[in-house]
Design a protein around this ligand. Structure first.
Ligand SMILES: Nc1ncnc2c1ncn2[C@@H]1O[C@H](COP(=O)(O)OP(=O)(O)OP(=O)(O)O)[C@@H](O)[C@H]1O
Length: 201
């Protein structure tokens, strides 16, 4: 479903990586690894179309993403390294706001169910500025359950999560893959998810 070939990326004078190629079929995931500054975030941003590649091709369902005829962007959800919630909104409003930015209307019941799954029952109506760092991350992660996305692109999403949330995210990823979804993840930690391909930058 996702075929990437020969991707190259430079930042300033520095070549971060070249000839990055991988293929993911339904139900498969990729763990992007590398030292600080190796280019993991750059690769993910390039993959989701937030920055241009120096070279290479991305094909989604057999169609080149660059051609603009692919449904790729609509079929992925990206949680970036610095993705954040809006402090002045509550958890429910945050989910509805981010859905609206993606051109979706999110039903309140669906949003509440996602927040409940993330262990935020009873916290839905509080402004997120009063939530703990880990609870804010959980609000962010609830987005994964409110999008019908085939591809999850997740940059260091295990940061600031307690062991229960790490385990829960592993379960959510497992369910996503079992439904035929795909995932590309960066993490400096071992991931609570069996299988997976490794790409070391
Ligand atoms: N817009 C930019 N302009 C200049 N340099 C950049 C830019 N974006 C990234 N870089 C540089 O590219 C290199 C790779 O950054 P990137 O964030 O992709 O690394 P990473 O592997 O995700 O690192 P970490 O594990 O620390 O998160 C770094 O040296 C960074 O400073």
């Amino acid at each position: 479903m996702l075929n990437v070939s020969g991707l190259a990326c430079s930042r300033g004078e520095r070549r971060l990586f070249a000839d990055v190629s991988f293929s993911l079929a339904a139900g498969e995931w990729l763990h992007v690894q590398g030292e600080n500054g190796a280019g993991k975030t750059s690769l993910l941003r390039l993959l989701v179309g937030l920055s241009p590649a120096d070279a290479g091709e991305i094909y989604w369902r057999g169609v080149a993403v660059a051609a603009g005829e692919s449904d790729f962007r609509r079929e992925l959800v990206y949680l970036g390294h610095h993705a954040a919630v809006k402090d002045e909104l509550n958890a429910l409003e945050n989910l509805q706001f981010s859905a609206a930015l993606d051109g979706m209307r999110l039903d309140e019941q669906a949003a509440l169910a996602a927040l409940k799954r993330l262990g935020l029952r009873g916290r839905e109506a509080l402004p997120v500025r009063v939530l703990s760092a880990g609870q804010k991350r959980r609000v962010l992660l609830a987005r994964l359950l409110t999008r019908p996305a085939a591809l999850w692109v997740l940059d260091e999403v295990f940061n600031a999560l307690d062991s229960g949330a790490v385990q829960l995210l592993g379960v959510l990823l497992g369910e996503h893959l079992a439904r035929g979804g795909l995932a590309v993840l960066t993490s400096h930690q071992l991931l609570p998810l069996p299988g997976g391909q490794r790409l070391i930058l």
